[in-house]
Design a protein around this ligand. Sequence first.
Ligand SMILES: Cc1cc2nc3c(=O)[nH]c(=O)nc-3n(C[C@H](O)[C@H](O)[C@H](O)COP(=O)(O)OP(=O)(O)OC[C@H]3O[C@@H](n4cnc5c(N)ncnc54)[C@H](O)[C@@H]3O)c2cc1C
Length: 372
Amino acid sequence: MINLVVGAGISGAVIANLIATKLGEKVLIIDKRSHIGGNCFDYRDDNGIMIQKYGSHIFHTSDKKVWDYVNHFSKFNNYEHKVLAKFEDKITTVPFNINSLYDVFDNKKAKILEKKLMDLFEPETKISILEFQKQNDNDLKELAEFIYDKIFLNYTQKQWGRSLCDLDSLVASRVPVFISKDNRYFQDKYQGIPENGYSKLIENMLENENIQIQLNTDFKSIKHCNYKRIFYSGSIDEFFIYKYGYLPYRSLSFELKKYNKEFYQNNSVVNYTCEEDYTRIHEYKYYLNDKSPSTIIAKEYPCEFIDGQNERFYPIPDEKNIYLYGKYIKEAELINNVYFLGRLGKYKYFNIDMAILDALNLFESRILKEKK
Ligand SMILES: Cc1cc2nc3c(=O)[nH]c(=O)nc-3n(C[C@H](O)[C@H](O)[C@H](O)COP(=O)(O)OP(=O)(O)OC[C@H]3O[C@@H](n4cnc5c(N)ncnc54)[C@H](O)[C@@H]3O)c2cc1C
């Protein structure tokens, strides 16, 4: 009997790789899309630029186990991500940090604010914007209001289609104020982009005689009574045919444009935090330092996920949706040999490293134990 893995994204690829290599068992991995890689999928276009089809993906982790694992399948370059935010006539780093004070205020005011922030908070800490707004000092109150209005409010409303306070604190903690002069977006110990792209990394994970890949194949079309185990990295509500209702997601659309000049902007990602209807512009050639006289950018437009029309990108972890997800989890506990994993299976805002860790843990803490 063989194992079925639904979804050839990073989660599906890790579990397929472990079952095939560590247990020596056969795996059929299917994906309804025409490619492997899930949302990490990338490809080189006619200009020789590696395009990340579903938006910028930067690998970052502080977990050595995860880092060692991915390094079996690809070398990584030493790219460290920085993000800029553009509003009115200003441009600064996000997360908003000590350097940002000098980008947006005059020197005298920036110095006063820097001293107050350094006196009040531990250096190198990240304070969520909701927490930061609770200050008593008038200057800091004004600063909190400035950051909230100019950098977070419109951006977050555009991204989520709702206000920050309606969302789980996990989402709010992703938009911090950083008490630091470190302009990097991530502070993880290990960071980079796979040297030949994510699709190649995932292809290498699946390169095994025990693994068969079948694309353009929806789980719905599969007869699933005859598998030893099913690993499901699609959305858990879809598995149960939406019996309690749909788990909502945010989706995105990307408008690609070519420019016949070397660079369009001076950073890989620029956030647009005002009234523009797009949230970010990605310029992909920065990630692998691709050399080309032209460049490709993608404008990112957030929208609601509509089944059959676009892709699921971000779970929306508010109270109501977490409750609904809990109902599906209870249902999942009643069935044997079906395991839910990944961003969609767990309805969690996993980064790539968390998705990998989730699959590694599933294998070690359940599959190996059940095998004994
Ligand atoms: C815009 C964006 C930017 C991101 N940037 C970063 C970043 O910079 N760094 C980072 O660490 N993480 C980032 N992430 C998160 C990253 O994309 C995820 O952690 C990762 O892709 C999760 O992998 P997964 O395999 O769990 O899910 P997915 O990549 O979504 O893969 C699931 C796969 O299952 C398939 N599938 C679903 N249902 C079925 C079905 N019924 N039948 C067959 N196949 C099915 C889907 O087609 C898909 O290919 C970003 C995410 C988004 C949306």
